[in-house]
Design a protein around this ligand. Structure first.
Ligand SMILES: CC(C)[C@H](C(=O)O)[C@@H](O)C(=O)O
Ligand code: SF4
Length: 466
């Protein structure tokens, strides 16, 4: 019987396979950031080990970095400063390439990997970060790993991994105008649940996936983890090759044809079977928004807050009741009537150039509601520079939004971009659990066009209403 794409990549990277032990896989690319690497380097020091393949290891500072344009290099928070400084020292001591704050190639780890052409089809990619699944958009098998595994990969360039199950999510048809990859993945998670992907690697297939740009595929793969999956990927195609061509670390012109020939073979065999198959009709989708405290608690923006008492499963009912209490919402309220005081456009889910263009298009010639604070944070310094070259920063500033430097920013409340208690945001990020953007802060996950329209309207809404 044939193999799925994920199984093929796994097979190609097997270093050792013994009975009763997890498989040992070779790792092609190891990405590091400041939050999950310090203890791993300490472990290496203690064991007097070196980094096995510094040439396959790349680091950047993203989670703890300030994003104010002018005061960026001064990190006032002591914990954040210590982590960034530790990363500098560790990279310098162990000979690892670091894209530091001042570097043009700095950015959120999952934005810079593909942008630099470091992430390529058929590779195994790991990082001490759950959203490593993002890299699957290029046809790589990409896993988030824990700090002890980071140390193991640093020391050996290999990783012991338990076998996975395979799931296909086939999205047929075309997304209607105004409906984005973010809406699609929120709908997928609402359908299979935040635990629905547990133990699986998801392959996204079908016409609607093929029609997505590589950046949009990244948005989809990014949130695989929010469905509980171990990874998500899309088979490479012409769009993938086009995206990679002439990127800094992509194969050179001489090696290009051979690389493409290899990448072209990276697809699921006709006679392969998946352990679970999900089908979605893209034409039925519409702008989507989360109302609760996990990404699965979401529904079309046209609907109202659901009534938990109508949920048949007691577990889901309780979770919804708890979520609504935290979110300060009542059943039956139309989502479009929910006022929002903060809008965040950014993160590894939606902080790439296409996302910023989509938000700017909505804001052009319009004003952000005076009661709303809107932050626009590019996912990488190159995205910032590219946006500025196109004049997007001016569009945002003129509309009344704050234009920032690259970093994780308000996606996660570990840096200075935090949401205050009971504040409510429309956010293009991927997580909405309690306290994610700040203590007692309330998050509604949305796509960039909805975020921008919401900023103008001062309540959840879509560009069609403007
Ligand atoms: C800090 C890091 C470990 C974490 C992750 O693993 O995803 C972060 O990036 C997040 O999004 O919550
Ligand atoms: S942008 Fe958010 S989700 Fe992505 S790596 Fe940073 S904190 Fe994690």
């Amino acid at each position: 019987m044939g193999l799925t794409l994920a199984e093929k990549i796994w097979q190609e990277h097997l270093v050792d396979q013994s009975n009763d032990l997890p498989d040992l896989l070779y790792i092609d690319l190891h990405l590091l950031h400041e939050m999950t690497s310090p203890q791993a380097f300490d472990g290496l020091r203690l064991a007097q080990r070196s980094v096995r393949r510094p040439d396959l290891t790349v680091a950047t500072a993203d989670h703890n970095v300030p994003t104010e344009l002018t005061t960026r290099r001064t990190i006032t928070d002591p914990v954040s400063r210590a982590q960034v400084e530790a990363l500098r020292k560790n990279c310098s001591d162990f000979g690892v390439r670091l894209y530091d704050l001042h570097d043009e190639d700095q950015g959120i780890v999952h934005v810079i990997g593909p942008q630099l052409g470091l992430t390529q089809p058929g590779m195994t990619v790991v990082c001490g970060d759950s959203h490593t699944s993002t890299h699957g958009a290029l046809g790589a098998l990409a896993f988030g790993i824990g700090t002890s595994e980071v140390e193991h990969v640093l020391a050996t360039q290999s990783l012991a991994l338990a076998p996975f199950r395979t799931m296909s999510v086939t999205v047929s048809g075309s997304l209607p105008t105004g409906v984005t990859a973010k809406d699609l993945i929120l709908a997928v998670i609402a359908r299979i649940g935040t635990g629905g992907g547990q133990g699986y690697v998801i392959e996204y297939r079908g016409d609607a996936i093929r029609e997505l740009s590589i950046e949009a595929r990244m948005t989809v793969c990014n949130m695989s983890i929010e469905a509980g999956a171990r990874a998500g990927l899309v088979a490479p195609d012409e769009r993938t090759f086009e995206y990679l061509r002439s990127r800094d670390f992509a194969p050179s012109e001489e090696d290009w044809d051979e690389a493409v020939a290899h990448w072209t073979r990276l697809r699921t065999d006709e006679d392969a079977s998946f352990d679970r198959e999900i089908e979605i009709d893209a034409s039925q989708l519409s702008p989507w928004v989360s109302w609760g405290t996990n990404p699965g608690q979401s529904c079309p923006l046209d609907e109202s807050i659901p009534d938990p008492s109508l949920f048949s499963e007691p577990e889901k009912r309780n979770a919804a009741e708890e979520a609504l209490k935290y979110m300060g919402l009542t059943p039956g309220k139309p989502l479009r009537e929910i006022p929002v005081d903060t809008v965040f456009v950014g993160s590894c889910t939606n902080g790439r150039i296409e996302d910023l263009r989509a938000a700017a298009e909505v804001l052009r010639g319009r004003r952000v509601d005076p009661e709303v604070r809107m932050l626009v944070v590019p996912g990488s310094t190159r995205v910032r520079l590219e946006s500025e070259a196109e004049g997007l920063d001016e569009v945002f500033r003129t509309a009344g939004a704050e234009w920032r430097s690259a970093g994780c920013s308000m996606c996660i409340g570990v840096n200075s971009d935090r949401l205050g208690p009971q504040r409510r945001s429309a956010s293009t990020s991927n997580r909405n659990f309690e306290g994610r953007q700040g203590d007692e802060a309330r998050t509604h996950l949305v796509a960039p066009p909805v975020a921008a329209a919401t900023a103008v309207l001062g309540r959840l809404g879509s560009p069609g209403e403007l």
